[in-house]
Design a binder for this molecule. Structure first.
Ligand SMILES: *[C@@H]1O[C@H](CO)[C@@H](O)[C@H](O)[C@H]1NC(C)=O
Ligand SMILES: *[C@@H]1O[C@H](CO)[C@@H](O)[C@H](O)[C@H]1NC(C)=O
Ligand SMILES: *[C@@H]1O[C@H](CO)[C@@H](O)[C@H](O)[C@H]1NC(C)=O
Length: 512
């Protein structure tokens, strides 16, 4: 822990590394007036009831049923946290924590079993209506993600995000959702983590549908996904915003890529551009379109390899304008940081073609960086969060930022003092440092309310403020120590490095 009695050991970072320095600083740091706190979840990870009330199959149902052991513990989301039945307990937990908003996602094939708006499932759509009502009853603002990875399997069979028709399929689904819930839901997120959708799902095999068609399918997905997002934005902006007010934005996953040494500044810049700038630049930059360096590198490699055009499908000038400016917040999911260097001979290191071959560098995490408890690749690097927020502020005219995800995985166990609590204190302190320097961060949503189906890690990797017992059919939820710490932070609107909670009994404060 970065803690000393008189003040803090603060990591002072320059481009060339970080060193600890003793600084005078209050142990209790206030969040700005109006700053909002919440927790995040996603439909497939918590709901279960995968085939109940007419819900159709999604790509995660399909993959986990047909090839169970692609998941670390050979599990699936058939039951998960059983939130389809236990949403009232979920809301009760939010009242215990005292959160301002709840970020959750809708299951497309639960609302539209045919994938299309010709048939809206009564019970499927009612589920979310009930959840929204339960939240509003206790003044918890719903923040709704339209797409958090559970694409209808039928659409996947027609190419999924590589089929340009998905722009209309997604827009139709978005319009249905705005119509069903727009009377009560003010804040909408179009798509969660485009990088994980396109790169991991289409360019690799680390998320469904695990196509692993590198350097081709992933780039086809990028263009269609951005156009689908933009179309949903424009529908909301033109037809619903005038009546509903509210906001709509995209949640990008951005890890931070730091140069290993001074001579690697360009390599790190390019890594940030390929990994998340490819989604951020078209939406948040003044010029729009993909980052120029990404276009140039993919086009050059494609030509070298004998392709007749760039593997990254280009936007027309009309499309550039259509996508530019289509997000009310910079939604940011952030967990960790990597060091980057250029290796002139990446030949043999990566598949050809592939995004990483196009990019042509190497990233890693030094072994001396603090481990994530349940994931070696999730090392604790709070200064990376600070630098990422500074980069977003500088590159995109200081947009309002909504932290849509940040959190830490452990294994089972309720005492997470030296793991999750330590991580949260350090990352929230880094966030406050960025705010002090002018970053316009408005909200923070912790991943996650409770343990849930953590994709390829199954139920091994636990991100919850509440522990869920997945061996018990009743799926009981028990607050971890971090739940008490988060509750105190929300109560005081301040980060207190020394707070030691009494974890004997969790109650609901008056007014919640
Ligand atoms: C819309 O919301 C903003 C911010 O919440 C508020 O200031 C404004 O008065 C609202 N406008 C309408 C028409 O409700
Ligand atoms: C650079 O790439 C070559 C070719 O794949 C590889 O053998 C070598 O280990 C890499 N060097 C470093 C420092 O990563
Ligand atoms: C989880 O539930 C199972 C089945 O009810 C029970 O045997 C086990 O003790 C529970 N584990 C914990 C940590 O409470």
């Amino acid at each position: 822990m970065l803690l000393k009695s008189a003040g803090f050991i603060l990591l002072i970072c320059t481009l060339f590394g970080c060193e600890a320095a003793q600084v005078e600083r209050h142990d209790v740091r206030k969040f700005p007036e109006g700053f909002q706190f919440g927790t995040s979840t996603a439909s497939y990870q918590i709901e279960g009831s995968w085939n109940v009330d007419g819900k159709a199959e999604n790509i995660w149902d399909h993959m986990t049923h047909n090839n169970p052991c692609v998941i670390a513990d050979c599990s699936n989301g058939d039951v998960a946290c059983d939130s389809y039945n236990q949403y009232k307990r979920d809301v009760e937990m939010m009242r215990e924590l005292g959160i301002d908003f709840y970020r959750f996602s809708l299951s497309w094939p639960r609302i539209l079993p045919t994938s299309f708006p010709d048939y809206i499932s009564e019970p499927g759509s009612q589920y979310y209506s009930n959840l929204i009502d339960e939240l509003l009853k206790y003044n918890i603002e719903p923040v709704v993600t339209l797409y958090h990875w559970d694409l209808p399997q039928k659409l996947q069979e027609m190419g999924g995000w590589t089929n340009p028709h998905i722009v209309d399929w997604f827009a139709d689904y978005a319009r249905v959702a705005f119509t069903l819930y727009g009377d009560r839901v003010k804040h909408w997120i179009t798509i969660n983590e485009p990088r994980e959708v396109c790169y991991q799902g289409y360019g690799a095999n680390t998320k469904a549908p695990a196509l692993n068609i590198k350097g081709v399918a992933d780039y086809m997905c990028v263009k269609n996904l951005l156009l689908a997002h933009a179309k949903a934005y424009h529908i909301f902006d033109q037809e619903f915003r005038p009546k509903l007010n509210g906001s709509i934005f995209i949640a990008l996953s951005a890890q931070f890529y730091e140069p290993e040494t001074e001579k690697e500044i360009v390599a790190a810049k390019e890594a940030n551009q390929f990994e998340w700038g490819i989604y951020a630049h078209p939406i948040f930059s003044d010029t729009g379109d993909y980052p120029p360096i990404v276009k140039e590198k993919v086009a050059a490699k494609s030509a070298e390899q004998g392709f007749f055009r760039s593997r990254l499908p280009e936007f027309t000038p009309e499309e550039v304008d259509y996508v530019k400016g289509t997000s009310d917040y910079f939604g940011l999911n952030h967990y960790t940081t990597f060091l980057v260097y250029r290796n002139e001979s990446v030949a043999g290191m990566y598949d050809v073609p592939s995004m990483y071959d196009d990019l042509g560098n190497v990233h890693y995490q030094p072994s001396e960086w603090e481990y994530g408890a349940a994931s070696v690749n999730m090392r604790v690097v709070p200064w990376g969060f600070y630098k990422l927020l500074a980069l977003i502020r500088e590159d995109f005219n200081n947009p309002p930022v909504f932290i849509t995800e940040n959190g830490y995985a452990t294994f089972t166990g309720l005492d997470d003092t030296s793991t999750r609590i330590s991580y949260l204190r350090q990352y929230l302190s880094a966030l406050l440092d960025a705010i002090d320097e002018g970053s316009d961060v408005r909200a923070y949503s912790l991943w996650s309310l409770m343990d849930n189906f953590e994709w390829m890690f199954g139920y091994n990797s636990r991100f919850g403020l509440y522990e869920v017992n997945f061996s018990d059919p009743a799926r009981p939820r028990t607050p971890r120590k971090s739940a008490f710490m988060y509750k105190q932070m929300l109560r005081t609107r301040a980060l207190d490095w020394h707070y030691e909670p009494d974890t004997t009994v969790m109650t609901i404060d008056e007014g919640h």
